[in-house]
Design a protein. Structure first.
Length: 309
């Protein structure tokens, strides 16, 4: 953005504001109607419908007959089911849209559009890449049948819970943090802005990553699979060092698990990430190690083994 004319009045509107203060819903009417962004926005929605909603609902309705592997492990039982964290889990959509609204507010849609389109295209790519695993094998966990709140009733109504490995929640929040970390490195942003917004996005990334396990929407297997996918799909944004740091920071400030359990959970996520990453170094196709793992896990746990070719 540094080669664009600065509008000091617009910049003043966002200076010092947390990203969480921007109305994420404003992104929809802007991105879906403005000629600068409409192509990328509708292409993104088409991919979400095809590669996310379509796969699991076609399976649920009996139109697809893909194998389903339960990826639950004993370690998941050591993470307490914590319904009140569902708000953090549901904050996911707000989280990845709010930085866009900040940019649109700061620069106007015409100047912000190139970044908006690049971001939407990147998220679209995540859905496309993850679907390569989903079409090989669906995955699920032992999700509690808890419907005491509106949020959980919504989750159970609209999520058939068949796309666990890799976790799209994890992949997209990782992209959000690292994509905007790169955007904020532009000379047009002050050091104070970088520190404030990078810290906010990283904190949200850690909290949402923890929440997918606390509300039992994912297993400890789903998190490293998503991080591995991101290191292969966007190596310029998310490195193996970034993955290690994120894993280290998960559950580091909570008091609802024993130190031993927290340590073992993090070590296991590290182990699986490293297993996928190291095997992936030998493969041009990033999906190969994940498919190998799914097949191995299905065999070990006595489940239907997906056919690997």
């Amino acid at each position: 953005m540094s080669n664009k004319p600065r509008n000091e009045k617009r910049i003043e509107k966002v200076r010092g504001k947390p990203l969480s203060s921007f109305n994420w819903f404003k992104a929809y009417p802007i991105l879906l109607t403005r000629p600068e962004t409409v192509k990328s926005a509708y292409s993104f929605l088409y991919t979400v419908t095809k590669s996310y909603l379509g796969i699991q609902f076609f399976q649920k309705w009996g139109l697809f007959h893909l194998p389903v592997v339960n990826v639950q492990t004993d370690l998941d039982d050591r993470i307490p089911f914590t319904p009140h964290r569902v708000g953090i889990y549901m904050h996911f959509v707000n989280f990845w849209l709010q930085p866009l609204v900040m940019l649109i507010t700061r620069y106007g849609i015409h100047n912000a559009a190139p970044i908006c389109n690049r971001y939407l295209d990147a998220i679209k790519k995540i859905y496309q890449e993850a679907s390569k695993i989903y079409m090989f094998s669906l995955s699920t966990t032992n999700r509690p049948d808890y419907r005491e709140t509106k949020e959980f009733r919504t989750i159970h109504r609209f999520d058939p819970h068949l796309l666990c490995v890799p976790s799209l929640h994890i992949a997209i929040i990782v992209l959000c943090y690292t994509f905007f970390r790169d955007v904020f490195s532009d000379a047009d942003f002050t050091e104070e802005e970088r520190k404030q917004w990078n810290a906010e996005l990283y904190k949200g990334t850690v909290e949402i990553a923890e929440s997918v396990l606390y509300v039992k929407q994912h297993s400890v297997h789903c998190v490293p699979a998503a991080m591995y996918m991101m290191t292969r799909t966007f190596p310029e944004l998310f490195s193996s060092q970034d993955a290690v740091q994120l894993i280290n920071d998960m559950f580091s400030r909570v008091d609802d698990m024993t130190p031993e359990d927290r340590k073992e959970i993090r070590e296991y996520i590290h182990y699986m990430y490293e297993r996928l990453y190291l095997e992936g170094l030998q493969e041009e196709d990033w999906t190969v190690p994940v498919k190998h793992w799914i097949v191995d896990y299905a065999k070990q746990t006595g489940q239907q083994v997906p056919e690997y070719t």
